[in-house]
Design a protein around this ligand. Structure first.
Ligand code: 13P
Ligand code: SF4
Length: 307
């Protein structure tokens, strides 16, 4: 827990500087509690687009802060640590996509928002785990589609929509640890529980999981909404562990069981109340995207947000 003085100083600086703190559900619980808005990738992008604060302090990984800087170029976007990376975002680069586009000029590139600005600059439309099905279903039938970079999310979309897509071979090192066997084990141990699975999980296209009537696939915000409105009392959660913080806060009388005990994104945990305070004090570390890339990268994000 942060000391009262850290919390007070953060709140005072936030007001003085007209700053807003945005945090992803995978950040530390104490960071989530300091944020003005906690959300999934889609919610955070939407919030970055509509805030009228002058400074956005982004508690998440670098590509998320970069997305905020693309959407809100006139705002000062800060990230409290310099090297909060993402294995998924790092698995594809702009050069590789440029080559694919040259080879397939009629092709459509759909990028998960977990990508760098450079990759977005070669993308036709972005998606998040919350709107991926809608985005792919909106594309003209029979088009040639390349989905980057998450092979698990891509396989899940393919299964759900029946759309043919070429899949990039990237994965999230955290969700890749969530196997079908882990889910089946928990289903046997907690037969009354609903099982909420992130589509980045390794097992998201596994038929054994799709045939479980109590298994649902959601983005993190989708899981929270499901648990809130469900009459069930127990839920197995197959995503990053600190999502349980918000789940438990919203539904204190319900029980949430993590699918495994090592489903942790170390990059998200780099943000602490102390470096968040320092970010506000020193206005560091500023995240910028060169204008030429920003202009190109804005279009696929905008197309997604307009859907
Ligand atoms: P969502 O925020 O879309 O649920 O994605 C999870 C994730 O891995 C973000 O890095
Ligand atoms: Fe990247 Fe996975 Fe961490 Fe999300 S959970 S930031 S996809 S490494």
């Amino acid at each position: 827990m942060p000391t009262p003085s850290v919390t007070d100083r953060i709140n005072r600086l936030k007001k003085e500087k007209n700053a807003v703190i945005l945090a992803h559900y995978y950040t530390r619980p104490e960071v989530q509690d300091l944020a003005d808005y906690v959300g999934d990738s889609l919610g955070l992008s939407q919030e970055a687009g509509k805030t009228d604060a002058e400074i956005i302090v982004f508690c998440g990984v670098h590509f998320m802060a970069e997305t905020a800087a693309i959407i809100s170029p006139r705002k000062k976007v800060l990230i409290p640590v310099q090297h909060a990376g993402c294995s998924l975002a790092e698995s594809v680069n702009g050069y590789e996509l440029k080559q694919w586009k040259e080879e397939h000029p009629e092709g459509i590139v759909v990028s998960y928002v977990n990508t760098t600005a450079e990759v977005k600059a070669y993308t036709d439309i972005c998606c998040t785990s919350a709107n991926a099905l809608r985005v792919v279903e909106s594309l003209p039938p029979n088009s040639r589609i390349l989905f980057v970079p998450d092979k698990n999310l891509g396989a899940w979309i393919r299964k759900r929509t029946g759309r043919e897509m070429e899949l990039w071979a990237g994965d999230c090192c955290v969700h890749q640890r969530i196997t079908a066997e882990m889910i089946l084990e928990k289903a046997a141990e907690y037969p009354e529980a609903d099982i909420l699975i992130h589509p980045e999980a390794n097992c998201s296209a596994d038929d054994r999981i799709h045939s479980l009537p109590q298994a649902y696939f959601y983005s993190t915000a989708g899981m929270i909404a499901h648990a809130k409105k469900s009459p069930k009392k127990q839920f197995v959660i197959a995503t990053e562990m600190d999502t349980l913080h918000q789940l438990q806060k919203d539904s204190p009388a319900k029980e949430f069981i993590p699918v495994g005990d090592r489903i942790i994104c170390g990059q998200m945990k780099k943000i602490t109340p102390e470096n968040l305070l320092e970010a506000l004090e020193k206005e560091q570390y500023k995240v910028t995207v060169p204008a030429e890339i920003r202009e190109k990268a804005r279009l696929p994000i905008q197309r997604m947000l307009e859907l």
